[in-house]
Design a protein around this ligand. Structure first.
Ligand code: S3P
Length: 170
């Protein structure tokens, strides 16, 4: 069984994934990093040079490959839930944890960062985050086996919560 982390940008999937990997002694696969590796581009470069569609195709390919493995922590890009195929594959042999935050919190946490092309800096950033999250929230909820309230929580606390639920379900 794989431990799958989903959630909006800035929800802490990567930090929590790293901590979980250590505490549960399971390898961590980060789909964004794999996509970057495969394309030989950073995510902002992939979006600007190839476009979102091509990025999503590579993301789906990566998810298909990693979902076939077992005993891994899979930290997914925030848009992985946009394709039903991705979810079906991840859920076949995975327990899905949704790290749930608000659009406000996402913007706070990503305040200084400009590596999320869909949330590029600009005065309407919060509005864009709200719109994206509103559209995705039903998909995250539908995909989740466990919903973790991540608002205002440190990665360490979230890691403990996920690890407890993971062990309990073992
Ligand atoms: C995206 C989230 C990003 C990355 C890309 C698109 C999204 O991953 O895959 O910028 O559509 O929500 P993180 O959720 O790890 O930031």
């Amino acid at each position: 069984m794989n431990l799958v982390l989903i959630g909006f940008m800035g929800s802490g999937k990567t930090s929590v994934g790293k901590l979980l990997s250590r505490s549960l002694s399971m390898p961590l696969i980060d789909t964004d990093s794999l996509v970057e590796e495969r394309l030989g581009l950073t995510i902002p470069e992939a979006f600007s040079r190839l476009g979102e569609e091509r990025f999503r195709e590579e993301e789906s390919r990566v998810i298909e490959e990693v979902a076939a493995g077992d005993g891994q922590i899979i930290s997914c890009g925030g848009g992985a839930v946009l394709r039903a195929d991705n979810l079906e594959r991840l859920k076949r042999n995975g327990k899905v944890f949704y790290l749930r935050i608000s659009a406000e919190e996402a913007c706070r946490r990503l305040d200084e960062r400009d590596d999320r092309p869909l949330l590029a800096q600009g005065e309407d950033r919060l509005e864009r985050a709200q719109r994206l999250l509103q559209a995705r929230e039903p998909l995250y909820m539908e995909a989740a086996d466990e919903v973790i309230d991540a608002e205002g929580k440190a990665p360490e606390e979230l890691t403990d919560e996920v690890a407890r639920l993971w062990k309990g379900s073992g």
